[in-house]
Design a protein around this ligand. Sequence first.
Ligand code: CMP
Length: 147
Amino acid sequence: SPERTLAMIKPDAMKAGKAGEIIEKIEAAGFVVVASKEHSLTNAQAAEFYAEHEGKSFFNELINFMTSGPVTALLLEKPGAIKGWRALMGPTNTAKAREEAPDSLRALFGTDGTMNATHGSDSFISAAREGAFWFPGALVQERTLAM
Ligand code: CMP
């Protein structure tokens, strides 16, 4: 059954003009773009979105990066969308992605460990929270109705 996940195209890829190419690859991989929104996050919004990383060594750098320009948030649907989207993105660190998954989006469009082109929810719970953050009122997971 279809599953939904929350994706973002981050400011590095947006500034490089790669959003269109990334969305083409997303659709070619069989995902349906259910909703999309381009927005420049405020500091407070970025800190809320990444609350689970507060206190980590990379948190301030992450917030500075994520507020450096517009991002595109996407609600993606496909069977197994959460794991499937993370596989299409590749490893978090761009250098690792280039070694281990050279065709992945982060290998192709990322910059370094922080500026890594895309984000994806890491679990069903994260997808529900992050989906509601970007698309309030959207039904993030149809299958919650059947649970
Ligand atoms: P993302 O998948 O959006 O989740 C957290 C983000 O923090 C990550 O991608 C990177 O942009 C950034 N980041 C920077 N350093 C690290 C690190 N050491 N581990 C995980 N994420 C990091």
